[in-house]
Every structure is written in structure tokens, then in C-alpha cells.
Design a protein around this ligand. Sequence first.
Ligand SMILES: NC(=O)c1ccc[n+]([C@@H]2O[C@H](COP(=O)([O-])OP(=O)(O)OC[C@H]3O[C@@H](n4cnc5c(N)ncnc54)[C@H](OP(=O)(O)O)[C@@H]3O)[C@@H](O)[C@H]2O)c1
Length: 257
Amino acid sequence: MKNISVGIIGGTNGMGRWLHDLLAGEGCAVCVTGRKTAMTAKDAANVCDVVVVSVPIAATAGVIAQVGPLLRKSQLLMDLTSLKKEPVALMLAHSQAEVVGCHPLFGPSISSAAGHNIVLSRGRGDAWYDWIKNIFTKTGYTILERTPAEHDRMMSIVQALNHLNTIALGLAIAETGIPLAEVSQFSTPVFRTKMDIVKKVFTESPELFADIIARNPDRDHVLATYEQVVRDIRAKLKAENGAELKIIMETAAKKLF
Ligand SMILES: NC(=O)c1ccc[n+]([C@@H]2O[C@H](COP(=O)([O-])OP(=O)(O)OC[C@H]3O[C@@H](n4cnc5c(N)ncnc54)[C@H](OP(=O)(O)O)[C@@H]3O)[C@@H](O)[C@H]2O)c1
């Protein structure tokens, strides 16, 4: 495929900007839209071969519903959303275009493709799927081909459970009422590392992290598991020594590693 034009809705920032740079580097004519750009999402849908949705999760359904019906069968509609089931279903329902679900498993500030994964989910059609897969592969990314449901199940662990744990840690520390500046004087290297992660999640994009948990279809299961584990740990610690906790950690280590 040659002379491909790409319109990235939400391409003025974040992951949309990352994809802009990558595709422009591959010779595509890439234009971006945001809420204040002269070019609108509808303009992009009318003139571009490929339309990518990369807006905040809460705005994604509305944007797909707006641009999907404008697309022809020959075009590609793709998204970069951190969840896949709902956006892929919506892209299929609202358009006749080829559809690809895409989730880069990294943030926009990476310095190279090395060691980074991208999940691709087939929606409709093969030609554009093969095109984008080929571009990501040749630029050095590792591709994981999964259904939207398989993706979201894994993200319930890699993102929902993981960020839930970080949020619980930050909230629990705040709940102690002791200023972090005071606690930090006693920092260990592990504590510093964890607080860097807490700071990132709480201050850089709280909306993104909240939606990644709240909108995952397996959210309730993950929350219940987490709650149960904390309850179990508390029960084991009633013995006032670490012996029982040590045993459950050793048993889990055999499963994990
Ligand atoms: N950040 C990550 O680490 C990461 C990783 C993988 C996937 N993702 C996914 O990538 C998508 C975008 O996230 P991001 O972190 O890149 O967001 P972001 O940095 O906040 O960028 C959002 C983009 O969408 C535009 N935008 C914001 N609200 C909009 C609205 N209501 N309608 C239309 N455009 C709007 C913004 O442009 P203006 O402000 O100029 O309007 C901007 O270009 C999300 O689906 C997220 O799940 C994020």
C-alpha cells in the first residue's frame, strides 16, 4: 500500500502523537485532530484512508459513534484504547470500515521500540490489519495478537490489579495522616521506587488510571480477589508472628516463579 493518509483523532498529545511520529516516519501523510484544531474528527473521517481514535477513554465511545458512520468499507478504523472489548464492539457496530483494535503496552514517552509490546485485535478485514502489523513489526515492536476479551482479561491483572494496588498504597499512606515529607526521611530504596510509581499514578493521569480499573469488564473479580487476599493476610497475622504469612508467600512463589 502506498501514499496512505492517516487521521489521528486525539493526535495532538500522548499516544496519538506517538503514533503520528511513527507513521510519519514510515512515509504516511498524517494529520491530527484535537478539540481545538482547525481540522475536525469528521474532516479526518472524510479524507483519510486510516482513522485512528486516541482520545481519553471516557470520550472514546462518543468519538467512535460520531465518525464511524462516515467511513467507507475501504477505510480502516482503529483505536489505541487501553481496553479493547467495548471500543472494538463499538467500531464494528458504528461503521462498515475495516476495524483493528490496538493497545500499545507502554506510554508515549518511550525512547525506542526495543522490548515494547503492542496488542492487536482483529475486528473486520485483513488488508489493513496486515498493513499496521507489518509497520509495527518492522519498526521493532513485538506484536501480541489476541481477541478483545483475552486482552481485557490480561489487563485486569497487568493494569487494573496493578494500579489498584498502587492506589491502595497511596490512599493508605495518606490515611495515616503523617506527611509524606516526614515519612520520606526514613526512605529505603524500595519505598522510594514505590512512591515514584504512586506519584506518577496520582498526579500524571489520574483519569486514565481510574478508567483503566473502572471500565475493565473483570474489575469486580479482581477487586474481590484483592480484598480477599488482604483479609487472609490479616487473619494470618493474628498469630503475631510471621510464620503463617511466610508459608503462604512460599506457596504462592511456587505458583508464580
Ligand atoms: N498514556 C498512556 O500511557 C497510554 C498507553 C496506551 C494506551 N493509551 C490510550 O490512549 C488513548 C489516549 O490516551 P492518552 O494518554 O494519549 O491521552 P492524552 O495524552 O490526554 O491525549 C488525548 C488526546 O485526545 C484529545 N482529546 C481530549 N479530549 C477529547 C475529546 N473529548 N474529544 C476529542 N479529542 C479529545 C486531546 O487533544 P486536545 O486536548 O487538544 O483536545 C489529545 O490529543 C486512551 O484511550 C488511552 O487508554 C494510553
